[in-house]
Write a new protein. Structure first.
Length: 259
């Protein structure tokens, strides 16, 4: 079990060169990606994986696609966001939360984004709740890396893109990697191989435009930024967030070698 920041740093070794990463990706098992809507895509996360030679195995469990009974043939697991809540009592959400025990039991490298982090928090016994004042985070918001976060990844951006109305508690024995002003828990690690973030590092300009159009109701909620600001701030802060993502993905995929 992860107990200290130093053990967290040890858990994710410095990766080799880009050519090494590409070579590793070309020979490793595929990375399993769980998306939750028909039009959802892996964005910048999927682009990074494909650019480094990894094969993507994409499933949409909320649309009825079956999930594997074992993760032994997958190098890692990434669970993305979606409009549903981790608290929903639907068969699909309850089943997905239960299925995540595979990642824990088989110690698969896990990366949960927004809903993907919240689903894992529920599996780990934590809570997912709305803001006590009804506020949401929609747009770029400031984060502060913890000491464990900076030891893991030295270069954190000033702001990260958010699109959510609920936040998560820190599971027992998880290590906080970053905190926010409006929703305290923003990134965590559990047992060295499970990582979750509340923000959306996979975001791209086309995704922002699509979400602003197809989920425009989120822009009317308390505390949300207007559509024009989303794009303006992405122009201002997007590169730094992308640099963080590339840094994280390099270290996260370096753990694939142990499987």
């Amino acid at each position: 079990m992860l107990k200290t920041a130093s053990s967290l740093t040890e858990a994710l070794k410095q990766p080799g060169s880009k050519s090494d990463a590409t070579k590793q990706g070309s020979t490793s098992n595929p990375v399993l990606l769980l998306l939750h809507q028909k039009k959802s895509c892996a964005g910048a996360v999927g682009e990074w994986l494909e650019n480094h030679g990894y094969t993507l195995d994409i499933k949409r469990p909320t649309l009825g696609e079956k999930l594997p009974q074992t993760l032994e043939k997958h190098a890692g697991l990434i669970v993305f966001g979606g409009p549903m809540s981790a608290n929903d009592e639907t068969p699909e959400i309850k089943s997905e939360i239960n299925w995540l025990t595979l990642a824990l039991e088989q110690k698969v490298p896990y990366f949960g984004i927004c809903l993907g982090a919240q689903l894992m928090v529920r599996q780990l016994g934590g809570e997912v709740k709305p803001h006590k004042k009804g506020l949401v985070e929609v747009g770029y918001h400031p984060l502060k890396a913890t000491s464990a976060g900076t030891q893991l990844l030295p270069d954190w951006a000033d702001k990260y893109f958010q699109w959510h109305k609920e936040g998560f508690s820190l599971p027992t024995e998880a290590v906080s990697l970053a905190t926010g002003q409006r929703f305290e828990n923003q990134a965590f690690c559990f047992n060295n191989h499970v990582f979750g973030v509340q923000f959306h590092p996979e975001i791209t300009k086309p995704i922002i435009k699509r979400w602003s159009s197809e989920a425009s109701h989120m822009l009317t909620k308390k505390g949300a930024h207007i559509a024009e600001r989303l794009l303006a701030d992405h122009q201002k802060y997007g590169v730094a967030q992308q640099n963080w993502l590339h840094q994280f993905m390099s270290r996260w995929t370096s753990t694939f070698r142990a499987r």
